[in-house]
Write a protein that binds this ligand. Structure first.
Ligand code: NAD
Ligand code: GLY
Length: 361
């Protein structure tokens, strides 16, 4: 039976529905929307269209589908243009509803298209990757990358609902599942020591009995954080805590060139750099870094750069991060495993040292 979790954002509140399979429930929602005169459109990528053909057909029937190329390259101005033109050609009006069915790329792109088309239409998230189930489908951050950097154009636009059906993960390639685990591990590190302890006991896999419980736990942590600081405006802590490992990770992703590392792989290496920084600031013992690396490696994630990247390129990429204010990045560090804080004023030399420790030259 499906379970649900409310993301309480006053008039923007919505439910996350959890189940092994939610085709019938989504089909009923689509039918209800159409019967009430709301045109329904679907966005997915080619991989999802090919591997989830039967589910897509069961969920959406003959609703128009925009099928875009898979991969981070689609989260671009060109990709956005493609989706907006599709919505216009299919005469989706202001009452229209877009279902974004896919990983974080499709959720971010579809959400931003929904935020900007006709100055904003409704959208639902149907995540199909582990990363999207535990992170990107919840919280309303949408956007695309620009040549100058990651997620540089976007909008806060909350979905009207999120449907998390774990059955959809059966076709996900193992490397993509592992990439999603980086965000799961991140939640344990920033907010829930028992979750990290669970992952230390043995790897979570697509066949684990507690997979759905862990996904739900991650969504609950994210919902709590987003409810308290929806637009990431807190002076300290708040939603920025979800960026543990991301200040380093986004720089790695950009410096290596999008496509070299999966997003989650770059975040895994970024988590090690954040652990090194936390240790060097006197917050966590050296042994904690070893524990974190062990859990990442047990989930088939990298803990060092696979090929050295120049320090200067990494530092320049970090300075372009959109979270930089007055030229200074704000880091998220761990005070202990299970508790993170934001830290301003970290000397550049210390950030460089952490990059060197993960293989920068
Ligand atoms: P993705 O969307 O590119 O999906 C990964 C790959 O898996 C793609 O090739 C896709 O075609 C394929 N795929 C997806 N579902 C599948 C399935 N069920 N079966 C077979 N193949 C499947 O990448 P991702 O890792 O899901 O998301 C990464 C993106 O998410 C990045 O752009 C990142 O910036 C963004 N993100 C956003 C937020 C947010 O809060 N908005 C949070 C974290 C990450
Ligand atoms: N993934 C970071 C956030 O949603 O704020």
């Amino acid at each position: 039976m499906a379970e649900s979790l409310l993301v309480n954002l006053n008039e923007r509140s919505y439910e996350i529905r959890f189940g092994q399979q939610l085709n019938d429930e989504i089909q009923a929602k689509v039918g209800e929307l159409r019967a009430a005169g709301h045109p329904v459109a679907v966005l997915c990528d080619r991989n999802v269209a090919q591997t989830q053909t039967a589910s897509l057909s069961a969920m959406f029937g003959d609703a128009p589908k925009c099928i875009v190329a898979a991969g981070e390259g689609t989260k671009s101005l060109a990709g956005l243009g493609e989706v907006l033109e599709f919505l216009a050609v299919n005469r989706v009006d202001r009452g229209g509803v877009l279902f974004a069915v896919g990983g974080g790329v499709i959720g971010d792109l579809g959400g931003f298209a929904a935020a900007s088309y006709l100055r904003g239409i409704a959208f639902y998230q149907v995540p199909t990757t582990l990363l999207a189930m535990v992170d990107s489908s919840v919280g309303g951050k949408t956007g695309i990358n620009l040549a100058a950097g990651k997620n540089l154009a976007g909008a806060f636009h909350q979905p009207r609902g999120v449907y998390i059906a774990t059955e959809l993960l059966r076709t996900l390639p193992p490397r993509e599942f592992a990439a999603g685990m980086a965000e799961v591990i991140k939640y344990g590190l920033l907010a829930e020591a028992p979750l990290f302890a669970r992952l230390e006991r043995g790897p979570l896999t697509v066949a684990s009995d507690d997979l759905a419980t862990v996904i739900r736990r991650c969504c609950a942590i994210k919902a709590r954080i987003v409810e308290a600081d929806e637009r990431e405006l807190a002076k300290e802590g708040g939603r920025a805590l979800l960026n543990l490992g991301h200040t380093f990770g986004h720089a790695i992703e950009q410096a290596a060139g999008y496509g070299h590392y999966l997003h989650g792989e770059a975040i895994a290496i970024g988590l090690v750099a954040a652990a090194q920084l936390s240790h060097r600031l006197g917050l966590i013992p050296e042994s904690a870094i070893g524990r974190i690396e062990k859990v990442l490696a047990a989930h088939a994630l990298p803990v060092r750069l696979s090929a050295p990247l120049p320090l200067a390129v990494l530092m320049a990429a970090m300075a372009r991060d959109k979270k930089v204010r007055a030229g200074l990045p704000r880091f998220v560090v761990m005070e202990r495993i299970g508790e993170a804080v934001t830290r301003d004023g970290v000397p550049a030399a210390l950030a460089e040292e952490c990059f060197r420790l993960i293989g920068a030259v």
